[in-house]
Design a protein around this ligand. Structure first.
Ligand SMILES: Cc1ncc(COP(=O)(O)O)c(C=O)c1O
Length: 476
């Protein structure tokens, strides 16, 4: 650990954990901060990383279960990445994407066009996933204005969806708790139900549930009027919503409905892209759909640099470009669109993934990973374990009828994460769930280590609940 810190160097001198936590508490407002306890947090201070492990300021080694935020595909501490990034900074640390182009950004755009399905060949670079989704939604609106149908503006999204944190991408996100104290563009976005088979009505088969969800999409388009509906936006697997895997065939059927009513399909692959499901993109390879627009970010650089992209089909571009579009400006973009250092990091990251056959590794490792996490279902407080590729979710349910959520359920993710961190594993808590999306380089032995700690963390949490008189083991 000391070797990692010493060799990596830092712009600041080593400081005590207490000192760093004080600065953090006094000055750093974090994403999704519980404002009521601002200034009182005891956050783990990450100061180094190697492979699948993070090191904290106390010298502890932690498995990074969530892979940062679903993004550290090739793992931490890659010297090749550092070298490419440093070299790019010395060559061209910046260029203005508004009036110039750049060698690495142009090469990356072509590379992405080759990786995406169908005719999705036009890349709009952004600074991350939220801005990729925002750009996709703004492009759809622009496209319909160009086509002379300004009323075609409604976006259909789903409960449990997460699409980002700009005003528009947050508006398209369907997690109710995130909206309690936030305003949204509610007039534009219309929500249909989450395709979560685990929450389907008792007695309904998965196929019936899928058909009902697809019908809900069609009914909503008809209710709003097809002439008013611009797009349907969907994550192939609803990631932050709790790794919700829709029933087989759902996406294909939704795409058919979209095609029937001239509604565009935006596939938000911010999490599922770049190997998480064993392919560069999951839309076609895993779910058999070629959408109109794909959004991506995160794994594109393995988190080494912030970068996102919104990739649009030739078909859409052809309809509004050329003579039709002369003088019509797509006024959307960022100072850091196509940032050369981020693009260089993405190209190197992709090269590493190709050379180390990381997509193949994910496909080979997936069955083992899923089998191991699924074994956790024998713990009485675990209601459901689900996953695909190298992403999984353990959902705790204290209520045995599995339909209602007890207040205590809401604390479960946090309680388990705390126990696991004390034993060397970070598992991202989301209400009563803990999600995992480890670096894609994870080995079988490391999966064993991760799942063993998670098991102990859940069991210890359960024992604590019983000890504190908060929960009783159900009698069968
Ligand atoms: C599916 C999806 N879309 C968009 C985003 C937003 O990406 P970012 O946080 O990079 O802005 C996320 C982030 O987790 C995501 O999971």
């Amino acid at each position: 650990m000391n070797k990692i810190l010493e060799s990596s160097g830092s712009v600041i001198d080593r400081q005590s954990t207490e000192n760093l936590r004080n600065k953090d508490n006094q000055h750093y407002l974090h994403p999704w901060e519980d404002i009521g306890s601002f200034g009182e947090n005891q956050r783990t201070v990450a100061v180094g990383g190697k492979g699948i492990y993070l090191y904290d300021s106390e010298g502890n080694r932690l498995i990074d279960g969530p892979g940062g935020m679903w993004c550290t595909q090739i793992g931490y501490g890659r010297k090749e990445m550092a070298e490419v990034i440093a070299r790019q900074i010395m060559r061209t640390p910046y260029y203005s994407p508004f009036n110039l182009t750049n060698d690495v950004s142009a090469v990356l755009a072509e590379k992405l066009a080759q990786m995406t399905p169908g005719d999705l060949n036009t890349v709009f670079f952004t600074t991350g996933g939220s801005t990729a989704v925002d750009s996709a939604l703004r492009f759809v609106s622009f496209y319909n204005n160009c086509k002379g149908r300004p009323e075609k503006k409604k976006i259909i999204s789903r409960q449990d969806a997460y699409h980002g944190s700009t005003y528009l991408s947050a508006s398209a996100s369907g997690k109710t708790r995130d909206k309690n104290f936030q305003d949204t563009a509610a007039d534009i976005i219309s929500f249909i139900g989450s395709p979560n088979p685990f929450r389907r009505p008792v007695g309904m088969s998965e196929e019936e549930f899928r058909d009902a969800k697809v019908k809900e999409l069609e009914d909503r388009i008809l209710e709003l009027g097809p002439a008013n509906v611009a797009a349907f936006i969907a994550e192939p697997i609803l990631a932050s919503g709790g790794v919700v895997i829709p029933p087989a065939g759902y996406h294909k059927m939704c795409l058919d409905i979209c095609r029937k009513y001239d509604v565009l399909y935006i596939s938000d692959e911010v999490v599922t892209g770049f190997g998480r499901l064993g392919h560069w993109f999951a839309s076609e390879k895993v779910f058999d759909i070629v959408p109109d627009i794909i959004t991506c970010a995160k794994g594109m650089t393995s988190g080494y640099q912030p970068l996102g992209a919104c990739i649009v089909s030739d078909n859409l571009i052809a309809e509004i470009s050329g003579n039709t579009g002369k003088g019509t400006i797509f006024s959307n973009g960022y100072t850091y669109s196509g940032h050369p250092v981020a693009c260089a990091a993405a190209l190197k990251n992709i090269e590493i993934m190709e050379q180390e056959k990381i997509l193949e590794h994910v496909r080979e490792t997936e069955p083992y990973f899923l089998q191991k996490v699924k074994e956790l279902e024998d713990i009485p407080i675990v209601g459901n374990v689900r996953g695909q590729g190298l992403m999984a979710c353990v959902e705790c349910l204290l209520d045995p009828d599995k339909q209602s959520s007890l207040a205590l359920d809401y604390e479960m993710g946090g309680r388990i994460d705390k126990k696991c961190q004390a034993m060397g594993l970070i598992v991202r808590p989301i209400i009563n769930m803990n999600v995992m999306s480890p670096p894609l380089i994870i080995t079988r032995e490391q999966i064993d280590e991760m799942v063993q700690i998670l098991r102990r963390g859940i069991e210890q949490t359960m024992d604590q609940l019983v000890k504190d008189g908060l929960w009783e083991m159900p009698v069968h």
